[in-house]
Design a protein around this ligand. Structure first.
Ligand code: SF4
Length: 171
């Protein structure tokens, strides 16, 4: 089973009330090959909400207690991010998830890049809190830029793969 950031599947769960719809993500969910999660909503946030960034490191550092997540108002929201990450991990393990495709740059979902904590748009290499926790439990983490058929094929049931071909979704 594949795990996908809910905003990529078209759910309006981003901090600004929008989504980051990706057509392949939507199809994978519709075909029962992927489940969706939003670690921020699962951590207790509502939509819309203030954006947040990791300060003092990346997701791995937050898991180690060496960095924090703060929102744009300066409030420490680390506890909520950790709660959301743990809930996502539980769901992933319960559903036999082996791979995830997550929205890049999010303080929860980022897989290669996150913002540096100064709310200036500057990015640094590293993972978000949820991605770091999933990876620490041997669940592969790819970014949304990797959501391509060639990358999902190994994780999709053959009959579904045939449907994707039949529906000309290989472009
Ligand atoms: Fe999307 Fe992840 Fe942010 Fe939720 S936490 S809106 S799933 S990037």
């Amino acid at each position: 089973m594949i795990l996908i950031s809910a905003c990529l599947a078209g759910f309006n769960v981003r901090y600004d009330g929008g989504n980051a719809r990706n057509d392949l993500a939507v199809k994978l969910v519709a075909m029962g090959q992927a489940i969706t999660v939003c670690p921020e909503i699962m951590g207790g946030f509502r939509t819309p909400r203030l954006p947040a960034e990791i300060q003092g490191g990346t997701g791995d550092d937050v898991l180690a207690g060496q960095a924090v997540v703060v929102n744009r108002a300066g409030q420490d929201v680390t506890k909520e991010y950790l709660a959301g990450a743990r809930m996502v991990l539980k769901i992933a393990q319960d559903h036999g998830v082996t791979v995830s495709f997550l929205k890049q740059k999010s303080p929860a979902c980022g897989t290669k890049l996150v913002y540096d904590g100064h709310f200036t748009g500057h990015r640094i290499p590293g993972m978000g809190v949820t991605a770091a926790l999933l990876q620490a439990h041997n669940i592969k983490c790819f970014g949304d830029e990797d959501l391509k058929l060639a990358n999902v094929e190994p994780y999709v049931a053959p009959i579904t793969w045939g449907n994707l071909h039949h529906n000309n979704l290989l472009a």
